[in-house]
Design a protein around this ligand. Structure first.
Ligand code: ATR
Length: 280
């Protein structure tokens, strides 16, 4: 049997990454001969480690926090959505184009919201919490669905205002601080802050979620994140964490690399079963 094609995810920290398991499940499903490992790589050694990986015959990389902006700068060629996000989570090389970069995060979020959970985005009032790299990757794909409004709330209001200005050509987008949210209502609230990672919650007023509305935390954890718990306390119709988005962005990367679409929903179901039931 020939040696497996090599893939990896680089990030810092990386030890709890679920990507090796997800890609191993995809490979088994589709009969692809590949290996996928997680490697701790910091910003200082990123460029050299990527160069060495491909020089040694590596086929493709995922990049996660805090490397997505560096991957964007390193790529010779970018897909339009990576260009727009100014962040790259998927790299591969070919003789014709050199190092190519794409961003499958937005696609992953949209697939999980609309296909897996049947949530409509068109005409809806959307609130996106946070104005960092995680938000940047999902704004254009959300606006493509023509929500009635996409409001970006951030602790540092200037950062939200700068992002809203950058994407204003794509649709109805605005920015504010958390205190400005009082008295407003949204059909879908998406948490793209890094607060969940520290078991924290952005300062959200109660009454923010419209009746029948949904909450989505782009972070995920074995137990419910503080934002998922908050959504449940607001009587959200659905209060989800980002495990589905993680699997869907991985499925899109797998398809770019291998030309085969894996069954993402089977993998989401398995991961949820392993952690003892899905956050809902
Ligand atoms: P990422 O690439 O994960 O988005 P980032 O660029 O460091 O990481 O951005 C983190 C985001 O989470 C920011 O929007 C940050 O708010 P500020 O810009 O005001 O710093 C937000 N954030 C982090 N911890 C938070 C908390 N406890 N409450 C509210 N927002 C928080």
């Amino acid at each position: 049997m020939t040696a497996p094609d090599r893939y990896a995810v680089f990030g810092q920290p990386i030890n709890h990454s679920k990507s090796p398991r997800i890609h191993a499940l995809f490979a088994a499903q589709t009969g692809q001969n590949l290996s996928y490992t997680a490697q701790e790589v910091g910003p200082a050694e990123f460029d050299q480690t990527v160069t060495d990986f491909f020089a040694a015959g590596g086929k493709g990389l995922n990049c996660t926090v805090p490397l997505k902006e560096l991957a964007f700068r390193l790529a010779d060629r970018l897909t339009p959505r990576a260009q727009r996000a100014k962040a790259v989570n998927t790299l591969w090389r070919d003789a014709e184009h050199g190092l190519s970069g794409d961003n499958t995060d937005g696609l992953g979020l949209i697939a999980d919201l609309t296909v897996n959970h049947g949530l409509a985005l068109g005409g809806q009032r959307l609130l996106l919490l946070g104005a960092g790299g995680a938000s940047r990757g999902v704004i254009a794909p959300l606006l493509e669905h023509q929500p009635a409004q996409l409001l970006i709330a951030n602790r540092t209001v200037d950062k939200a205002a700068a992002i809203a200005a950058e994407f204003a050509d794509l649709g109805a987008i605005a920015a504010c601080g958390y205190p400005d949210l009082t008295g407003r209502q949204f059909d879908l609230i998406i948490n793209a802050t890094s607060a969940s990672l520290g078991q924290k919650l952005p300062p959200l007023p109660s009454g923010l979620l419209a009746a029948g509305g949904a909450c989505y935390d782009m972070a995920y954890a074995k137990l419910a994140t503080p934002f998922v718990t908050w959504g449940q306390a607001q009587a959200a119709r659905l209060s989800l964490d980002g495990i589905g988005m993680l699997v869907e962005q991985a499925a899109a990367a797998f398809e770019i690399w291998r030309g085969v679409r894996p069954d993402s929903r089977a993998v989401i179901a398995l991961l949820n079963q392993e952690r003892g039931g899905a956050a809902s």
